[in-house]
Design a protein around this ligand. Structure first.
Ligand code: NAD
Ligand code: DAU
Length: 342
């Protein structure tokens, strides 16, 4: 399969955690590609995270909803994109339990709108950014491969699995050249402090309790965000259309272990740990088999967990304004709803 010629790319959800890190890396790597960031700027979207690329003449921002097909069509009319990378999503499992509708609107309907307009205009690549959560939950052994049956357990993962199925159908039925990446848990700079690692860091720094769901023995396979972004770039240019690629960090850590590690790195006491009511439908363990992307495309995660967690903690220490502003704003209502009612 020939390498796609990409001159203009639509990146959705670029004001979020992974999308923002991807845009920064992509602009640095591909100095002749126009990058359009389409983001609705929901509670999770923050243009502060992209201040350093704002002045780059190849970077363009549009505020809009991926589910607004007419708007997406106008954008395609203006830019005639060669490729689309769809990061835009409602991404937090706990929020999907509190209110699933937005997850269906964005993750399912939004993906369909992007696929439809991509079909109309024709693109060389459509990359759907998905998650290991579509596979459901593992027991103490084994890993998810690309042929593991999908068995999503939360409204979030069900919506992401639906989007994966749409990407497959638009390839099989209409020939839209889709690729799907499924990644494990990301951590690193600019992650919204509702997610586990930044929440633990932010709470520890403010001497607040660290809420641990259930027995704390749920395991996640952590990957540094830049390794995920690198994998998306590799799949975009070298991946085989119609395929799925698993991306994992190969770092399985139980939640309680992670919280203890963060406390010890910040020199805070373990008395800050607080076991709280479990998340309904809480998946026990995720672990990714990334051998397809490693052997077929030559990608490998490069950042060790030891390096990645230090970089992350240091980033949150140095950028307290960034997350303090978030915590003192809209997010606070959600925080109250989530934890004070337990
Ligand atoms: P995030 O919540 O930090 O960012 C999501 C971004 O999408 C925000 O900027 C938000 O404003 C935007 N957005 C939401 N709805 C939109 C809409 N209707 N139209 C346009 N923009 C909209 O999420 P993230 O953690 O960066 O995740 C990005 C993608 O990666 C998601 O698709 C998620 O499912 C997937 N993913 C995340 C992880 C992880 O560990 N965070 C792991 C694997 C896959
Ligand atoms: O696996 C990939 C997925 O990782 C992505 O698709 C999602 O977008 C992303 O949000 C993330 O989902 P998780 O549910 O695994 O991540 P979260 O940070 O919410 O939780 C990680 C683990 O920590 C999980 O077992 C639940 C637990 N947890 C989480 C929070 C927020 C706690 O024990 N306490 C908490 O306060």
């Amino acid at each position: 399969m020939s390498t796609p010629r990409i001159k203009t790319i639509l990146v959705t959800g670029g004001a979020g955690f992974i999308g923002g890190n991807f845009i920064r890396m992509f602009l640095d790597r591909h100095r002749d590609v126009e990058v359009v960031n389409l983001d609705k700027l929901t509670y999770a979207g923050n243009l502060e995270s992209l201040r350093d690329v704002e002045k780059n003449s190849l970077y363009h921002f549009y505020r809009g909803d991926i589910a607004d097909e007419a708007f997406v069509r106008r954008l395609f009319n203006e830019w005639h994109f060669d490729a689309v990378v769809n990061f835009a999503a409602e991404s937090h499992v706990d929020r999907s339990i509190l209110g699933p509708s937005a997850f269906i609107d964005t993750n399912v309907r939004g993906t369909m709108a992007l696929l439809e307009v991509s079909r109309e205009f024709g693109v060389e690549r459509f990359l759907q950014v998905s998650t290991d959560e579509v596979y459901g939950s593992l027991g103490p052994t084994g890993k998810f491969t690309e042929s593991t049956h999908i068995s999503p357990n939360s409204p979030y993962s069900a919506s992401k699995a639906s989007a994966d199925m749409l990407a497959r159908a638009w390839w099989k039925t209409f020939g839209v050249p889709t690729l799907v990446t499924r990644c494990s848990n990301n951590y690193g700079p600019f992650q919204f402090p509702e997610k586990f690692i930044p929440l633990m860091i932010a709470n520890a720094l403010r001497d607040k309790k660290l809420p641990i769901y259930g027995d704390g023995m749920n395991v996640r396979d952590w990957i540094y965000v830049e390794d995920h972004c690198d994998a998306v770039d590799v799949v975009l240019y070298k991946g085989k259309v119609g395929e799925i690629y698993n991306i994992g960090g190969g770092n399985e850590v139980a939640n309680i272990e992670m919280a203890r590690l963060i406390l010890s790195k910040l020199d805070k006491p373990e008395s800050l740990l607080e076991f709280v009511k479990d998340r309904p439908g809480h998946d026990r363990r995720y672990a990714m088999d990334s051998s397809r992307i490693e052997t077929e495309l030559g990608w490998k995660a490069t950042r060790s967990f030891k390096e990645g967690i230090d970089l992350t903690i240091n980033w949150y220490l140095k950028n307290q304004d960034w997350w303090q502003r978030i915590i003192s704003g809209e997010y606070q209502d959600y925080y109250k709803l989530q934890y004070e009612e337990r």
